[in-house]
Design a protein around this ligand. Structure first.
Ligand SMILES: NC(=O)c1ccc[n+]([C@@H]2O[C@H](COP(=O)([O-])OP(=O)(O)OC[C@H]3O[C@@H](n4cnc5c(N)ncnc54)[C@H](O)[C@@H]3O)[C@@H](O)[C@H]2O)c1
Length: 267
């Protein structure tokens, strides 16, 4: 999984959130290996699209077709926000699902199609059961209303982990359906711990903030990671050699999952 092991057959990828952090690192890694990447972000990318809106989601497939044609080998849904508001519901869950569903027909034209989503270690953290249930059934209006309610009650911090729990579950559920598995498309998620990107910059800016975050996400292996660490895993998950791994949520979290949940997770 290193740059040195770059694959020789160029592939085409769509990476959302390509303008910053993990998405930018992923796009850069894939390009450094000779692949073609169409980046999607709010602005300044190959495709500008606001994935929190119907308009942005609806324009995505056509914009990708215009950019690279009818075939996409890899879709990597990275775009996300970590705000205690309902925007997080719209981007992290409905934006990611819309990206994968809109580009599924283009993936089906590839000889080795692969897809991945960036979830989070926070999928394992306390969330709001009602919001997760509304996300499970795909009711965006009701989920947004619930998130607005949580924010109004001062419980906005439950929104982000709820979206990440739901998208991780969506991956596990959908990966084994005919739509994905019988089409030969591995679909997986990555669950990063704390990654050094603009998203976490304010939280890590002070020693107190960093200590508080490390209490919540203990990372005994090497502490907070650079976004390139996640890019390497996303690149492997969406490369041709990954022919059999699907429906997994791969925690790239310096050991946080093993610390918090311990060894007995297989019951
Ligand atoms: N940084 C971390 O510690 C961490 C940990 C776990 C999971 N994640 C997840 O990783 C992903 C990337 O986060 P990051 O740390 O690189 O953050 P980032 O803020 O550096 O990058 C996120 C990117 O998503 C884009 N984006 C936001 N809303 C969008 C929208 N409506 N439409 C299109 N693009 C939009 C932003 O413009 C930005 O370029 C997110 O899904 C985040 O939840 C991050």
């Amino acid at each position: 999984m290193s740059t040195a092991s770059a694959c020789t057959t160029p592939r085409t990828y769509v990476v959302t959130g390509a303008g910053s952090g993990i998405g930018a690192a992923t796009a850069a890694l894939l390009r450094s290996r000779g692949h073609r990447v169409v980046g999607v972000d709010l602005r300044g990318s190959d495709i500008d699209a606001d994935l929190s809106t119907d308009a942005g989601r609806g324009s995505l497939a056509d914009a990708v077709r215009e950019a690279i044609g009818d075939t996409v080998d890899g879709v990597i849904a990275v775009a996300g926000v970590a705000l205690p508001t309902s925007l997080t519901v719209r981007v992290n869950y409905f934006g990611a699902v819309a990206t994968l569903e809109a580009l599924l027909p283009l993936l089906r034209n590839s000889p080795a199609p692969r897809a991945a989503v960036v979830a989070s270690f926070s999928a394992l953290q306390q969330n709001d059961a009602q919001l997760v249930d509304l996300l499970r059934v795909g009711d965006e209006d009701a989920a947004v209303a619930r998130a607005d309610g949580l924010a109004a009650e001062g419980l906005g911090d439950l929104i982000y982990p709820s979206t990440k729990r739901a998208i991780a579950e969506w991956v596990r559920e959908r990966a084994v359906t005919p739509e994905w598995a019988a089409s030969g498309i591995p679909l997986n998620a990555v669950g990063p711990g704390i990654i050094l990107t603009p998203m976490t910059e304010p939280l890590l800016a002070t020693p107190e903030g960093r200590d508080a975050l490390m209490q919540v996400v203990p990372m005994p292996l090497a502490g907070p990671a650079r976004p390139e660490a996640i890019a390497e895993v996303l690149a492997w998950l969406t490369d041709a050699p990954n022919a059999h791994m699907t429906g997994q949520v791969v925690f790239v979290d310096g050991g946080a999952d093993a610390v918090i949940r311990g060894p007995r997770v297989f019951d």
